[in-house]
Design a protein. Structure first.
Length: 80
């Protein structure tokens, strides 16, 4: 089982030039890092609409990563 949770909203994003390239945005559920993967090549050409979808997926991943990090922080409201 992967520790990464991929954004399902990117399942249909493909290279605009017709190549079999895919893009994936995922959050590591344990260390809250965000992974951006371009699969099967080193670059991907995106239409404007697809680029917007990738940008939104990155924003969602960043928010999820922040929530994971915040949930792991010790309670700082108690004083010693």
């Amino acid at each position: 089982m992967s520790a990464f949770a991929s954004d399902p909203g990117l399942d249909d994003i493909r290279d605009a030039a017709g190549h079999d390239t895919e893009v994936d945005v995922a959050v590591h559920l344990h260390d809250s890092t965000v992974r951006l993967s371009i699969l099967w090549t080193q670059e991907i050409l995106l239409s404007a609409d697809d680029a917007d979808q990738v940008a939104q997926a990155l924003q969602r991943a960043a928010e999820q990563a922040r929530r994971i990090t915040a949930a792991r922080r010790p309670d700082r409201s108690t004083s010693t």
